[in-house]
Design a protein around this ligand. Structure first.
Ligand SMILES: C[S@@+](CC[C@H](N)C(=O)[O-])C[C@H]1O[C@@H](n2cnc3c(N)ncnc32)[C@H](O)[C@@H]1O
Length: 119
């Protein structure tokens, strides 16, 4: 990752992902979640405040360490245990059928490179 991706983009996304419109969508995306949940593209943890108490554990997948750092206060404030389990949704090390839900919110995940497919 470069300087822009490490230092600028996570802060821009943190702001851009917190509009009133997006907050309403978060409430819809997270309603009804229960049990162990893997969140693909955890970002800066904006969904945490919306997780219902029926979620028992959140497994976060996020490639940007800066975003995870920006999520620190939200992680600390969450009553739900959170584990950051890896950086890439395409390489999850989870056994089959080991989680109850996998919400993706505002995800545009694409990769280039040998064997990784094209967007
Ligand atoms: C537009 S942000 C949305 C973040 C969060 N879902 C939200 O609603 O605030 C997209 C996120 O997906 C992450 N991402 C990109 N490629 C990914 C991958 N291969 N696996 C998991 N997350 C990825 C980015 O780092 C970024 O934090």
């Amino acid at each position: 990752m470069g300087w822009y991706s490490d230092h600028v983009l996570p802060k821009l996304l943190d702001l851009a992902m917190d509009t009133q419109h997006i907050r309403r969508i978060r409430a819809r995306v997270t309603a009804g979640l229960a049990g162990e949940v893997v969140e693909v593209g955890f970002g800066t943890g904006h969904n945490l405040a919306y997780l219902p108490a029926s979620v028992t554990r959140l497994l976060a997948v996020e490639p940007s360490r800066s975003s995870v750092r920006l999520a620190a206060a939200r992680i600390a404030a969450s009553a739900i245990p959170i584990d950051v389990i890896g950086p890439d949704a395409q390489r999850l090390q989870l056994p089959d059928a080991s989680v109850d839900a996998a919400p993706l919110h505002v995800e545009l995940v694409h990769h280039r490179g040998p064997g990784r497919g094209r967007p």
